[in-house]
Ligand binder design. Structure first.
Ligand SMILES: [Zn+2]
Length: 463
């Protein structure tokens, strides 16, 4: 799970009631076998020892995206899928690091006084000298043609950073200096294609310039030198095809992220999720199914869902239309996470805070296998997000609140609970199998098994 750094999105918690009845237990109309018997075809085969060993191996070194540690993990994961006979693909994608060499602002030839200016994230490198023009908050009506070929002095607030930069770019500005709307320095951001040096300064520095401009022209030099370093990260994809004469045409995806944070062994975050993906792949590959099951591990989750977003953006429309559920497992083995809550603190998070097919199946699987209707809540911060944005029912399975070792060098194998691994993999495995098992009709047509359970919205803090 990744930690939001500079930009914090405040999500509104949706207390939306059930999308429909949730089904658990009892008898399948198709052939009279109980759902518990079907669950057992998967969960009796799950080995927490297998999962634990995978985590031990993956957490021997950090797996930060773009490093040798990620490559080693990717090779191991692909090798495991291959040995099961799955159709595998390792999908590379670029990631970028930015090395700031210097950010200088000169006013009439003299370095700006006080706090050092800060480059906007994504700012291009460049050196420009031009007159400074005050454009207020850079709303379109505030910007005159006078800014053409000049450096725009902008106040933070009301518009996004990207909107401000776009508005002055359209009027021909060659640089942006933005001052904060509160005390201290700000951060800022430009988007792809906004090729202009842009820096942030403090409110005091900005107001001094506004004053200075009242008594005549001010010449400014903006000098930004940032090195952009391209690296490669990966998504591992493994397809398990259904029996040919029993193919519903549907696809379910089961994912986790294989990268760790810098310097962190990431035993729970998220070697635990990867271990469950591999274990379920092993079991499903020996079980008859009528649905394609696609096992995925993503790189660069910790950089802000870069791998899963790349993967989702490249999916053919014909695949997206067939995808009926995405199960994401992130941090599912933490001994010290979520302790005081039912089912070891397991919870299912959706992006919009609403129930969906995945949470319905997950909750009823919990009710059948552990006698606990797993609750749901609202959270992004993992790879279920890009799938949700494609309109695919998706949820994140995680223990919440997270453990004190979250994103620390102490996120090591000794903090992993085999019991929690077993529980989480059982619930996801049983839920996914409700769709994939051959006796159930395609989901559009039918509820897979009768017997309702209720499950609740839970807004407990995550960290
Ligand atoms: Zn994380």
């Amino acid at each position: 799970m990744f930690r939001k750094k500079s930009m914090i999105t405040v999500l509104t918690v949706g207390m939306v009631l059930s999308s429909g009845t949730v089904y658990a237990q009892t008898t399948s109309p198709a052939n009279g076998q109980s759902d518990t018997a079907f669950d057992n075809k998967i969960i009796k085969k799950i080995s927490a020892d297998n999962m634990y060993n995978t985590i031990a191996l993956l957490s021997e070194q950090p797996r930060e995206a773009g490093t040798e540690g990620e490559v080693r993990a990717v090779n191991y994961i692909e090798g495991q899928f291959k040995s099961l006979g799955l159709e595998t693909k390792v999908i590379p994608f670029p990631i970028y690091d930015y090395l700031t060499k210097h950010v200088w602002v000169k006013i009439d030839g003299i370095d700006l006084d006080g706090t050092a200016p800060r480059a906007f994230s994504g700012s291009v490198s460049g050196k420009v000298t031009a007159q400074l023009v005050n454009v207020g908050k850079a709303k379109p009506e505030e910007i005159t043609d006078a800014v053409k070929g000049k450096i725009a002095l902008v106040e933070r607030g009301d518009l996004t950073f990207v909107e401000k930069v776009q508005n002055v770019l359209e009027k021909g500005a060659v640089g942006v200096i933005m001052y904060n709307n509160v005390n201290g320095n700000s951060f800022g951001q430009v988007s792809e294609g906004q090729n202009i040096p842009a820096v942030a300064i403090t409110r005091a520095q900005g107001l001094a310039l506004v004053d200075q401009l009242k008594s005549g022209p001010v010449e400014s030099t903006l000098d930004v030198d940032i090195e952009k370093i391209e690296k490669t990260s990966y998504v591992v994809e493994a397809k398990l095809k259904p029996n040919k004469n029993k193919d519903t045409g549907q696809i379910i995806t089961i994912g986790a992220h294989h990268d760790s944070v810098h310097g962190g062994p990431g035993a729970n975050d998220d070697a635990s999720g990867v271990s469950a993906v591999l274990e379920l792949a092993r079991i499903f590959s020996k079980t008859p199914i009528d649905t394609e099951v696609r096992f995925l591990t993503f790189g660069s989750e910790e950089r802000g869902l870069v791998g899963s977003s790349f993967y989702a953006s490249k999916l053919p429309k014909s695949d997206v239309e067939r995808m009926v559920a995405h199960f994401q497992m992130d941090m599912i083995g933490g001994r010290d996470a979520g302790e005081d809550n039912p089912a070891g603190g397991l919870i299912m998070y959706t992006i919009d805070g609403k129930k969906n097919l995945v949470t319905d199946l997950g909750s009823s699987a919990g009710a059948r296998t552990m006698d606990v209707a797993i609750p749901y809540g609202q959270l992004g911060r993992s790879d279920h997000q890009p799938f949700h944005e494609l309109g695919i029912p998706s949820a994140l399975f995680i223990h919440s609140p997270v453990e004190p070792w979250y994103h620390q060098p102490t996120d090591t194998i000794d903090k992993i609970s085999k019991e929690k691994l077993q529980q989480a993999a059982s619930i996801v495995g049983a839920a996914a199998y409700q769709i994939a098992r051959p006796d159930t009709p395609a989901l559009v047509n039918a509820h897979v098994a009768p017997g309702p359970v209720d499950y609740d919205f839970d807004d407990r803090p995550v960290d």
